[in-house]
Design a protein around this ligand. Structure first.
Ligand code: ADP
Ligand code: ASP
Ligand code: MG
Length: 468
């Protein structure tokens, strides 16, 4: 199925009738030259509203946000009424009525069965993608694209970790092929929701927020697709987060390693796990703008751009906690680091950045939910200091490790901002460090100005003088 292409559309790409019409145009054009498989997110705001309803129900207050959720659900029927053929619009209306009743029932169960809340939350969240996929199928049929709704839970098989399930790859590959290949052979266009999956027993799961990109990559890898296209609301991966740096520009080409680092360290445009399945099968990933379909966007491949040593982008991630564990017993003691990391493993907490000296280890965590327990278990190993309200900044580019002068440029630019942890060299493509959360935007803006908007001659001068 190497002639197939996965097209994934995010929530803003299907926010309203105009957006859905543009998506239909993109799929129609793709259908002329390849065999498209469409993966779609919930309509903008719907996942938030479903999860908020679950939380409200858990605290016995589901009525409070019922109206807001109802209005968002109604949008599916309104859009179908405008864009789908009458019989398909009626079909969407029927699905919606059934969904409303099922959601009301699930919300009652959230209140009544506290021990089943994680599973019920996933069940509720999954309606977002199930509805958007049904709606997009109806809209595509009206533009003469032979679309077929596919329940993604029959394709993406995962473990039972609700809220952040891990795919079981052999089953996912086998089921995805079994579900989609017969449709592709008949030149039909499968449409499935991203983000959702099911266990082998058929219990609904989700891959974590923003997980539709990951779904698209998994489907693409399972089918050995020619390309995985991530259609979003910006023209590709930009040199920085455009919400912080309005002048950020499109990066035409990235290597898998560069894209993975950017996604991992905060570039929301790609879910952190998206690159892995594509890289394993050597499938190009293209990030495109559904509002500007003619823009070439960003192409991510194994080789990226051959020009090594250039800074490609700056990513950042707030809400980080730094832990510093000091111990004189570490001197010459083997097994210390293993003991330390076992604590994080027991609490299923991912460590992002690590630096060590002979007497202390500093590390960062994003998910601080288990922090009190982790700290309690670390204390027998040494003194533990916790610094919350930190942010990671990650400067990315192939060959940065071996390019002289980059670190000097970076730190000269933000010399008046306190940097608490630096990691370079762990990967060949990044320079990562930690700053105070309330100065991260300023740091990113200044770095972007220095690394992308000023002439290289200015950069050399800044590095030499230490001037920002
Ligand atoms: P979708 O709904 O299509 O999945 P997301 O909101 O998840 O879209 O991701 C796209 C958004 O990611 C952009 O609108 C932008 O605000 C944000 N973003 C953060 N960093 C970057 C970056 N380096 N390049 C592009 N977009 C970025
Ligand atoms: N709809 C899900 C979310 O909002 C998944 C996604 O959009 O990728 O997190
Ligand atoms: Mg997204």
């Amino acid at each position: 199925m190497s002639e197939s292409t996965v097209l994934k559309f995010g929530g803003t790409s299907v926010a309203d009738a105009g957006a859905l019409q543009r998506v239909a145009g993109v799929v129609q054009r793709a259908h002329r030259s390849t065999r498209p498989i469409v993966v779609v997110s919930a309509l903008a705001g719907v996942t938030d509203a479903l999860l908020a309803a679950a939380d409200a129900a858990a605290s016995g207050d589901a009525e409070r946000i019922r109206l807001q959720l109802d209005a968002l659900l109604e949008r599916h029927a309104e859009i179908a009424g405008r864009l789908a053929r009458p019989e398909n619009a009626r079909g969407i209306r029927t699905v919606l009525e059934r969904t409303r009743a099922e959601i009301a029932d699930l919300l009652q169960r959230v209140a009544a069965e506290p021990e089943r809340r994680p599973a019920l939350r996933d069940e509720l969240a999954a309606y977002g993608e199930r509805l958007s996929a049904a709606l997009l199928t109806a809209v595509l049929l009206a533009t003469d694209v032979p679309a077929r709704y596919v329940d993604a839970r029959h394709c993406l098989i995962t473990d039972g970790t609700h809220g952040r399930a891990t795919p079981i790859l052999p089953d996912t590959e086998q089921r995805t092929r079994a579900e989609l290949a017969p449709l592709l052979d008949r030149r039909l266009v499968p449409v499935l929701g991203g983000y959702i999956g099911a266990t082998l027993e058929g219990v609904t799961t989700t891959l974590g927020r923003g997980g539709s990109d990951y779904s698209a990559a998994l489907v693409g890898a399972a089918l050995g697709a020619r390309e995985i296209q991530i259609w979003t609301d910006v023209s590709g991966v930009l040199t920085a987060d455009p919400r912080v740096v309005p002048g950020a520009g499109t990066i035409p080409r990235l290597s898998y390693a560069e894209a993975a680092e950017l996604a991992y360290f905060g570039a929301k445009v790609l879910h952190p796990k998206t690159i892995q399945p594509a890289m394993e099968r050597d499938i190009p990933v293209r990030i495109c703008n559904s509002k500007a379909p003619a823009h070439p966007g960003t192409m991510v491949t194994a080789r990226g751009e051959l020009r090594a040593g250039a800074v490609k982008a700056i990513a950042h991630k707030s809400g980080i906690t730094v832990l510093q564990v000091g111990s004189t017993r570490m001197l010459g003691a083997y097994g210390f680091l293993r003991g330390l990391f076992e604590v994080f493993e027991r609490h299923q907490t991912v460590v992002d950045v690590v630096t060590t000296s002979e007497v202390s280890v500093s590390l960062t965590v994003d998910d601080a939910r288990s922090l009190p327990d982790i700290v309690a278990e670390l204390e027998p190993l040494g003194t533990v200091a916790v610094e919350s309200g930190r942010a990671i900044v990650c400067v990315v580019g192939e060959g940065l490790r071996t390019t002289p002068g980059i670190a000097a440029r970076v730190f000269a630019t933000i010399s008046d901002i306190n940097v608490s942890l630096i990691s370079q060299g762990a990967s060949r493509v990044n320079l990562t460090f930690v700053v105070d959360e309330d100065r991260v935007q300023e740091a990113v803006l200044r770095l972007h100005d220095a690394l992308f908007e000023r002439e290289p001659a200015d950069l050399d001068a800044a590095a030499a003088t230490g001037a920002p």
